[in-house]
Write a new protein. Structure first.
Length: 269
């Protein structure tokens, strides 16, 4: 009995090892890049096409899509997601053309993923320097190697200019430690029933206001439906920010489907 159990255990262990060794090769043969070790589970990177037939690259972590980007050279820094495009429009509306900036502005992006919005900021808003805080070093490495962040750093000479700084840290702690303030704070880190984590309540709203410079803008990604029980997090976040900011606005990603989960943009200034 003991001998049979031992053999069974050895066979299972050998099978698991074989799967672990062979799976990345099998996926690579199918054009899928695989990484076992991220903070939130295995990651897959693969290319597909959008509705227009344009090639896009996707990042899936533990079954959840984290980021998407174009792969064509002339589209590398263009956001693929509509909510990121919305953010770009709001930055232009709030701060005007980049050429009119009297001095360098500071931006903090909380949550890296594929670094879609930071890439847009660096490429199209030379009036901003950008600090991106990603908690998972594996995700940062994937973004650099597979989502063209390394190419961005080189093309725009970010190491020399300091226009893009990539930090691996807890974004909340990083924000609390800052003493100079930001012109733009973006929260693109979300998960579960608390899409903005500690920044969803009154303490978070007070913290954001305390670290925004005069005339600054906060942008948050609140991934919830607009209506129904699951919209509670969005409603609570709006009320919390209304206690600290004179202006709070929500731009829904999917207004035609109010009960479907979407990347809704929360603006506060």
């Amino acid at each position: 009995m003991v001998e049979a159990l031992l053999w069974s255990t050895l066979v299972c262990a050998a099978f698991a090892l074989a799967v672990r060794l062979l799976l990345p090769r099998v996926l690579a043969w199918r054009g899928i890049w695989f990484c076992w070790h991220t903070r939130f589970g295995p990651a897959l990177v693969f290319d597909s096409e959008d509705e227009d037939g344009t090639t896009v690259r996707l990042l899936n972590v533990n079954g959840t899509y984290q980021s998407v980007c174009y792969v064509d050279d002339d589209l590398l820094w263009v956001p693929t997601c509509e909510y990121h495009r919305t953010w770009g429009r709001e930055v232009r509306r709030r701060f005007g053309p980049a050429s009119e900036a009297p001095e360098q502005r500071r931006a903090l992006v909380m949550g890296g993923g594929g670094y879609s919005f930071p890439k847009w900021l660096v490429a199209y808003r030379p009036d901003f320097s950008c600090e991106v805080v990603e908690i998972d070093p594996a995700i940062k490495r994937i973004a650099c190697e597979r989502f063209f962040v390394d190419r961005l750093l080189e093309k725009f000479e970010c190491e020399a200019t300091g226009r893009l700084v990539l930090e691996v840290a807890d974004a909340w702690d990083y924000l609390l430690a800052d003493e100079d303030g930001y012109d733009l704070i973006v929260n693109d880190a979300f998960g579960g029933n608390k899409p903005l984590g500690r920044l969803s309540g009154k303490e978070g709203a007070r913290t954001i206001r305390a670290h925004l410079r005069k005339g600054g803008l906060y942008i948050g990604n609140v991934r919830t439906p607009l209506e129904g029980r699951r919209a509670k997090a969005l409603d609570e976040t709006v009320r919390a920010f209304e206690t600290e900011f004179a202006h709070v606005r929500v731009i829904p990603e999917r207004p035609e489907e109010p009960r479907a989960k979407g990347n809704n943009t929360l603006l506060a200034w």
